[in-house]
Design a protein around this ligand. Sequence first.
Ligand SMILES: [Zn+2]
Length: 185
Amino acid sequence: MLPDNIGIHMNIRFTHRHLVNNKITSHKMRNAIKFFANLLMDKSVYDELHIDIEFVTGMLKSRGHEGESYCEDWENDSKYRWFTINIDPSISRKNILLTLAHEMVHVKQYAVGELQETASSNITKWNGKKIDDDVIDYWDLPWEIDAHGREKGLYSRYVKNEKTEGKAKSNRKSPKQPSVQTARC
Ligand SMILES: [Zn+2]
C-alpha cells in the first residue's frame, strides 16, 4: 500500500462535519476506506466511486446496528457508483474501522454487480438470483456472509499497515543528528 493511498481517486465526503467522530480523524477514515477499496476492487471501479459518510447519532439504539450502506443510484440498473455509509458515532475506533470494512464489502458487492436492488423492497438479486430478505435469516444472506467474513481480515491488514507506515514515518522523521549539547534558557 502506498503512503496516504497515492493514486486512489475516490470521491469521499463527510456530511454533517460537526458530528465527525472524535475517536478517529476524517483523514484516517478516508485512508481506511481507500485501503479497503484497494483490497476489494479494481482501480477502474474504485476510482469512479462517490462515498458520503454520515454519523447518525442513536442509530445503534434505534436501528440495532452500528453501520449501514446505501446505494444511491440503484435505479441506474447496473452501474452503481454513488453510496452513503452511515455510522453510529458512539462506537469505538476499532468498531468504526470494522464497520467501514464491512460496509465497503457491500459497496464492492454493488459496484461490481454482485448485489442488485429490485423494484420490490424485500427482493435483492445476488449474482442474478432473486433472494427474499424477509424469508432468509440475516446471517444466511450471502452478502452478509461475505461482509462478515471479510471485515476482520480487512481490519487487521489495515491496522498492520498503519503500524508499518507509522514506523516508516518515525524513521524518516528522526535522521541521526550529531550529538550537540545545548543549553535551554
Ligand atoms: Zn452487512
